[in-house]
Design a protein around this ligand. Structure first.
Ligand SMILES: [Cu+2]
Length: 139
C-alpha cells in the first residue's frame, strides 16, 4: 500500500505565507530596479531638477541644469525631467515659440531629444513656467 504523506496545515500555511511575502518583495525590487534602469539608460545632457515649478530657480540659473549647453552641428541634446511636475522643452521664448522643437508636457523621468542641424543660439523655455528658460549654443 502506498504511503500517503500528510503535511499538517499548521506547517503548510506558514510556508505558503512566507512564499507569498517573498514573491511580493521580489516584485517590488524588480520595479525599483526597472526605474533605476530607466534613469541609467537616459544619458541626459540637461535635467529639469525638482521644485522648479515655483519661481526662484531663475535667480541661480538652475531651472534647467546646465542652463547653457554647447554642442556642434549635428549633435543631439537630451533633456530629462527629474521633477514630479510637468515641464516642457520648447524652442523660443515664453508665448513666442519658434516652432523648431517642442517636447510637449514631460512627466517625471520622461526624456526628450532634439538634434540640432544648424548652428546658432537656440533659446528654449517651459510652456508651463515662464521663468524656466535656457539655451543651446550650436557651433
Ligand atoms: Cu516647467
Amino acid at each position: 500500500m502506498n504511503k500517503i504523506i500528510v503535511i499538517p496545515l499548521s506547517i503548510f500555511l506558514p510556508i505558503l505565507i512566507i512564499v507569498g511575502v517573498l514573491s511580493v518583495a521580489s516584485d517590488k525590487s524588480e520595479i525599483s530596479s526597472e526605474i533605476e534602469e530607466i534613469e541609467n539608460s537616459v544619458d541626459a545632457d540637461v535635467i529639469m531638477p525638482t521644485k522648479v515649478s515655483r519661481p526662484g530657480c531663475e535667480e541661480i540659473d538652475r531651472c534647467y541644469i546646465p542652463s547653457m549647453v554647447n554642442i556642434v552641428k549635428g549633435e543631439t541634446v537630451t533633456w530629462l525631467n527629474e521633477d514630479s511636475a510637468f515641464h516642457s522643452v520648447t524652442s523660443g521664448f515664453y508665448d513666442e515659440p519658434t516652432g523648431l522643437f517642442d517636447s510637449g508636457y514631460m512627466e517625471y523621468l520622461q526624456s526628450f531629444s532634439y538634434t540640432f542641424d544648424d548652428s546658432g543660439v537656440f533659446d528654449y523655455y517651459c510652456t508651463l513656467h515662464p521663468w524656466m528658460k535656457a539655451q543651446v549654443v550650436v557651433e
